[in-house]
Ligand binder design. Structure first.
Ligand code: ARG
Length: 289
């Protein structure tokens, strides 16, 4: 319960930050890139070819491009298609945002931690990877308005004796660096189970393989990837425990202090929500059940 409140607070903070960087900030007078004390790593280009003339100028890592770092191991938000290209909700939403900003999307697939670091270091313009807004992350990066809700759930083998209440006595698999890992490995007085009970794997899929092979008793992961992994491993007889472990908000991460790009990305995201494009992308990947 404590944790859920913390997330609600984190979200409120994210929204208020987003609000400040949006309508509240004064757009620069000229269309030249504003002199910033904290510019992105590479020498930027001016942006803002959007139809909306009030869109402030922004800079990106590479002129004319919007670099997105992600970890394409998180269906249906991001995964590789048969030809090895990243696809999914985040990838398509990012492409639509880039389009609105007159930029070409470049998707850089890497480890989850690396995807978060790339945006903090200004090596990518945005990180989009089903990223949960948390207080710790808000200290290191900025977030747009939230675009989805994630729920951490628990996958177990069918017929196992693992319940929501005895997780603390079991071995839990997670994806390294995710909130599933961070919160499950926290101390029991903070609602976790302690590091000794949690193994962080490179990807969620590998964590699920560890469950299938009996290395761990449960996997804590976001609900939509969980459903996808349970389906993909139908022969192994996996199931998701009743109940939600924790609820979270997903948002797009940007380098701290990049207020011009934040305003542009947030503006584009909200336009996509308002005109139905966002929902139509989600509907392609998530069928009502
Ligand atoms: N929502 C979780 C987090 O932010 C998991 C995200 C994992 N995403 C991925 N593309 N692997 O920590």
């Amino acid at each position: 319960m404590k944790k859920i409140l913390a997330f609600a607070m984190a979200t409120a903070m994210a929204l208020s930050i987003a609000a400040c960087t949006g309508a509240g900030s004064t757009p620069p007078a000229s269309s030249n890139p504003p002199a910033s004390s904290n510019p992105p790593a590479a020498s930027g280009n001016q942006g803002g070819s959007s139809a909306d003339a009030s869109t402030p100028a922004f800079t990106t890592v590479e002129p004319g491009k919007l670099h997105m770092s992600t970890n394409a191991e998180f269906p249906p938000y991001e995964m590789l298609d048969d030809s090895g290209s990243p696809v999914g909700i985040d990838v398509e939403v990012a492409a639509a945002i880039a389009d609105k900003l007159g930029l070409e999307l470049v998707v850089n697939d890497m480890g989850f931690d690396a995807a978060l670091l790339a945006v903090q270091n200004g090596q990518s313009d945005i990180a989009m990877a089903g990223i949960t807004v948390s207080e710790d992350r808000l200290a290191k990066m900025d977030f747009t308005d939230s675009y989805a809700t994630g729920v951490q759930v628990v996958i177990v083998k069918e017929g196992s004796d693992v319940t929501m209440d005895n997780l603390g006595e079991k071995m839990i698999g997670t994806q390294m660096g995710t909130t599933g890992y961070i919160y499950a490995s926290d101390t029991p007085d903070n609602g976790g189970y302690g590091e000794d009970h949690v193994i962080g794997y490179e990807t969620g899929a590998v964590a699920v393989q560890a469950l299938v092979s009996g290395q761990v008793d449960a996997v804590i992961i976001d609900n939509l990837p969980a459903q996808s992994y349970v389906e993909a491993n139908a022969a192994a007889g996996l199931t998701i425990l009743e109940g939600t472990w924790v609820e979270e908000d997903y948002a797009i991460a940007l380098q701290k202090g990049n207020t011009e790009l934040m305003a542009a990305v947030n503006g584009a995201l909200n336009e996509l929500k308002a005109d139905g494009t966002f929902q139509s992308i989600v509907d392609k990947y998530i069928t009502a059940d």
